[in-house]
Design a protein around this ligand. Structure first.
Ligand code: 5GP
Ligand code: ZN
Length: 114
């Protein structure tokens, strides 16, 4: 999508600290980290949010999860644990309208989230 911030990162039109990539997904560091490790995993194809999943593309969610798992193992997060977050829509706290999985780790997470 032309004016989408994360599509611009996919196209390398704006810089990001890319940490991993597979055929369909890319992972980069959050610009304003909320934990010692805060990585965003996104599909390269533009999906606005979880609401854009269909029978045809929902496999992308698993693909994002697998890329996250490989990062978690590389960084040693898998030993202590970590958190996945996906915000959807305004009440869900979504600020960037390109589907993204937050991978947060390196500190104790609390519950309930804000
Ligand atoms: P959301 O609130 O939509 O779930 O999360 C959006 C995330 O994108 C936020 O954690 C925010 O810090 C991050 N973010 C916003 N703009 C940029 C950017 O230009 N580059 C990177 N790397 N992260 C961004
Ligand atoms: Zn996009």
């Amino acid at each position: 999508m032309k004016d989408c911030l994360f599509c611009k990162i996919v196209r390398k039109e704006i810089p990001a600290e890319i940490v991993a990539e597979n055929t369909n997904c890319i992972a980069f560091k959050d610009i304003d980290p909320k934990a010692p490790v805060h990585i965003l995993i996104i599909p390269k194809k533009h999906l606005g949010s979880t609401l854009d999943f269909t029978d045809e593309n929902s496999w992308l969610l698993a693909d994002m999860g697998l890329l996250s798992n490989s990062i978690s193992r590389d960084l040693g997060l898998h030993e202590k644990g970590y958190r996945w977050v996906i915000n959807t829509g305004k009440a869900g706290g979504q600020a960037v309208d390109h589907l993204h999985l937050h991978l947060l780790g390196g500190r104790q997470m609390t519950w309930p989230p804000g």
